[in-house]
Design a binder for this molecule. Structure first.
Ligand code: NAP
Length: 261
């Protein structure tokens, strides 16, 4: 079936594979967690990974399963290429071929460049950018063989405009945008769509660390005068992997309350 004929935009149904399967990195908390729930709500079986929070993962599995599909979390460091390959191979065997991939795993290690140490630089690049490469590299061949699939990589407005004290994070998130656009050009002819989502300030554990002044300053510059919610980002991601988004690829969708206007 041609991609344009597929009303769901991600995969053709066949006898062996009638439920769509999604893979989400960084699923235990924040935007990734909300994405797991949104995709489960939309009928996907969902496999997600996380770095350390087993308890959050078990709770999420139960919550997502209430939508009727399967949800399974695994402790996998996205910076570890071999671990990612093994995880994705196992997911494809257990749940079936991947229809949607969402890379939400990400970390910050903020410091002005003049004070930044090599570890802070490399940890952020290894997780945020190499992690996206590892996951997409392991997932894309299966999608190409089936000539269908949707990938959404979570970038940041920091990757579009740059944030002071976040040269490492901004570089990783800008890298994700270049990566996603290049991959969209490579695999469009195989029926695969690749998009990036660039959130502004979203209420999660990541932004909970902001001090009062940073929060007040941010609020002043957001026209909508509030931070975003993880479920708002998740709904955008769920849209991007759905049928109505079948003609969207290579895009960078900002969801930021207008902070970048
Ligand atoms: P968060 O609440 O800190 O959650 C991060 C998630 O990523 C957790 O599930 C964590 O697992 C997982 N993770 C971290 N390192 C990992 C690794 N090496 N391997 C596998 N999983 C890993 O973050 P968030 O705010 O939801 O952010 C999600 C994504 O959105 C990130 O890419 C972030 O850069 C991006 N983003 C966030 C904002 C914002 O304002 N919050 C804005 C723009 C972009 P554990 O629970 O096991 O630690």
């Amino acid at each position: 079936m041609d991609m344009t004929d597929d009303p769901r935009g991600t995969t053709p149904a066949d006898d062996e594979h009638s439920t769509r399967v999604a893979l989400v990195t960084g699923g235990s908390r924040g935007i990734g967690r909300a994405t797991v729930l949104a995709l489960a709500r939309d009928g996907f079986d969902v496999a997600f990974c996380y770095r350390s929070d087993d308890e959050a993962a078990r709770t999420l599995e139960k919550e997502a399963a209430q939508y009727g599909g399967r949800a399974t979390g695994a402790r996998v460091d996205v910076a570890d290429a071999e671990a990612v390959r093994t995880w994705i191979g196992g997911v494809e065997e257990e749940l079936g071929p991947l229809d949607a991939v969402v890379t939400a795993a990400g970390i910050t290690r903020d410091n002005p460049l003049v004070l930044m140490d090599d570890q802070e630089w490399h940890q952020v690049l290894d997780t945020n950018l190499d992690g996206v490469y590892h996951v997409c590299r392991a997932a894309v061949f299966g999608m190409m063989k089936r000539r269908t699939g949707a990938i959404v990589n979570i970038s940041s407005v920091a990757g579009v405009y740059g944030h002071a004290t976040q040269t490492n994070y901004s570089a990783s998130k800008a890298g994700i945008i270049g990566f996603s656009r290049a991959l969209a050009k490579e695999v469009g002819r195989s029926g695969i769509r690749v998009n990036a989502v660039a959130p502004g300030f979203i209420e999660t554990d990541m932004t909970a660390a902001m001090n009062d002044k940073a929060r007040k300053d941010a609020m002043k510059s957001i026209p909508l005068r509030r931070m975003g919610r993880a479920d708002e980002v998740a709904d955008l991601v769920a849209y991007l992997v759905s049928g109505p988004a079948a003609y969207i690829t290579g895009s960078v969708l900002q969801i930021d309350g207008g902070i970048t206007i």
